[in-house]
Design a protein around this ligand. Structure first.
Ligand code: PEP
Ligand code: MN
Length: 352
C-alpha cells in the first residue's frame, strides 16, 4: 500500500501518517519524489482498514500497489533514484565506472591496478576481499587485510570502494571499510544477508542471481529496502543459458525492463557477464547504448597470473580503450561519463 501525500503536505503531516502506520504494527517508508512524498506501507502482521489513512491531513490518495514489490516499484516513486556520493552519483545523467581486480591479492597488485583505473577515469575501485568461490580450495580473498588495502587506495587515489560481503560477519567489516556493499549473484536470495544489508548505512550493489527473473531480482532489492536502506544499485551480470560461447549470457534487455518497473539505478558487469576478455569491450559499449547507469569491469595488470578471473580481466591498456569508446557511446544516449576520481579530494583513511 502506498499513501501519496499532497504536494504541499507538511513534514508534520507526513510524520503523523508514518506514526499511524507504525501503531498498526506496520512499517512506514517515506519516499521523497520530485513532485511529492509517498509513504510505502510494508509488513505482514496486519491489514489496514479501508479509510483509516485516507482522511488524514495532507493525504492525497491511498493506493494498493499491484506489484509484489512495493518500495522498488515505479508506483512508489515515479522519478529515477539517484544515489549520491562525495564527488559523483549513480542513476543520474552521469555514467559511473567501477573497476579493479576480481580479488585483492596483495598491496602491490591492488595499488598498481588502482593507479591505472583512476588515471583512465574510474570513480570506484572494485576489488574482492571475501570471495565466493565455487571450490573451497580456490583463493578465498585476503579478508580484513584486503579491506584495509582498499581503504588505503581510497585515501591515495580518491577512488570509492565497492567490495562484496558474503555473510553477516563480513558485511559488518565491509560496511566499516567500503563505500558500497556488494551482494553477489550467489547470495541474491540469501534473505538474512539481504535483511542485514537493509540495516546497513551504506549503499548496496545487488547482483542478479544467475537464474533470477526480473521479478525475483526486484524482490531481492525489496528485502533490502523493506529494512530501511533505500540506496540499492542493481547489477546485471549475466545468466545461465545453453549458450557456450560465453561464461554467462549478458541479458541487456533487463535494463529497459527494470527501468520500466523500478526507479532504481542499474549497472552492468560485462566481465562476469561474458567471462571472456575479448567480449568485454563490445558488451560494455552495448550496455551503455542500452541505457545502463554504469559498468563494473574487472581489470588486472597481470591477468595470466591472477588468482581469480584472469581470463575475463582486461589489461589496463584495454581499459583505457574501453573508457575512450564508452565516452563516445554515452553521447549518443545523452549521457556523460562522471568526472574521474580526484586524488586531491581523497577521504581520510578509515579507522583500523
Ligand atoms: C564478483 O563480482 O567478483 C563476483 C563473484 O560476481 P558474481 O557474484 O556476479 O558472480
Ligand atoms: Mn570475479
Amino acid at each position: 500500500m502506498l499513501v501519496v501525500m499532497q504536494a504541499q503536505a507538511t513534514e508534520e503531516q507526513v510524520r503523523a501518517v508514518c506514526e499511524k502506520v507504525e501503531t498498526m504494527g506496520l512499517r512506514a517508508h517515506a519516499i521523497p519524489g520530485a513532485q511529492r512524498i509517498a509513504i510505502g506501507v510494508t509488513g505482514n502482521s496486519s491489514t489496514v482498514e479501508p479509510g483509516t489513512l485516507d482522511d488524514m491531513a495532507g493525504v492525497a490518495e491511498v493506493i494498493r500497489v499491484s506489484k509484489p514489490y512495493k518500495l522498488v516499484s515505479r508506483e512508489a516513486k515515479d522519478d529515477d533514484s539517484v544515489i549520491g556520493f562525495d564527488g559523483c552519483s549513480i542513476g543520474g545523467r552521469d555514467l559511473i565506472i567501477m573497476a579493479g581486480p576480481c580479488a585483492v591479492e596483495s598491496r602491490e597488485q591492488a595499488f598498481a591496478i588502482a593507479e591505472r583505473v583512476q588515471k583512465a577515469g574510474a570513480q570506484f575501485f572494485r576489488g574482492g576481499a571475501f570471495k565466493p568461490r565455487t571450490s573451497p580450495y580456490s583463493f578465498q580473498g585476503l579478508g580484513l587485510d584486503g579491506l584495509r588495502i582498499m581503504a588505503d587506495i581510497r585515501e591515495q587515489f580518491g577512488l570509492k570502494i565497492v567490495t562484496e560481503a558474503v555473510d553477516n560477519e563480513s558485511l559488518d567489516l565491509v560496511e566499516q571499510h567500503a563505500d558500497v556493499i556488494q551482494i553477489g549473484a550467489r547470495n541474491m536470495q540469501n534473505f538474512s544477508l539481504l535483511r542485514r544489508a537493509g540495516r546497513a548505512h551504506k549503499p548496496v550493489l545487488l547482483k542478479r542471481g544467475m537464474s533470477a527473473t526480473v521479478e525475483e531480482f526486484l524482490m531481492a532489492a525489496e528485502y533490502i529496502m523493506a529494512e530501511g536502506n533505500y540506496e540499492v544499485i542493481l547489477c546485471e551480470r549475466g545468466v545461465r543459458t545453453f549458450a557456450d560461447h560465453a561464461r554467462n549470457t549478458l541479458d541487456l534487455s533487463i535494463i529497459p525492463a527494470v527501468q520500466r518497473l523500478s526507479h532504481l539505478p542499474i549497472v552492468v558487469d560485462p566481465s562476469h557477464g561474458t567471462g571472456k576478455r575479448a567480449q568485454v569491450i563490445p558488451m560494455s559499449r552495448a550496455a551503455v547504448a542500452a541505457g545502463a547507469d554504469g559498468l563494473l569491469v574487472e581489470v588486472h595488470h597481470d591477468p595470466d597470473r591472477a588468482l581469480s578471473d584472469g581470463m575475463q580481466s582486461l589489461f589496463p591498456d584495454q581499459f583505457d580503450e574501453l573508457m575512450d569508446e564508452i565516452r563516445q557511446v554515452a553521447q549518443v544516449v545523452h549521457r556523460t561519463l562522471a568526472a574521474p576520481a580526484d586524488r586531491r579530494t581523497s577521504q581520510p583513511a578509515v579507522a583500523r
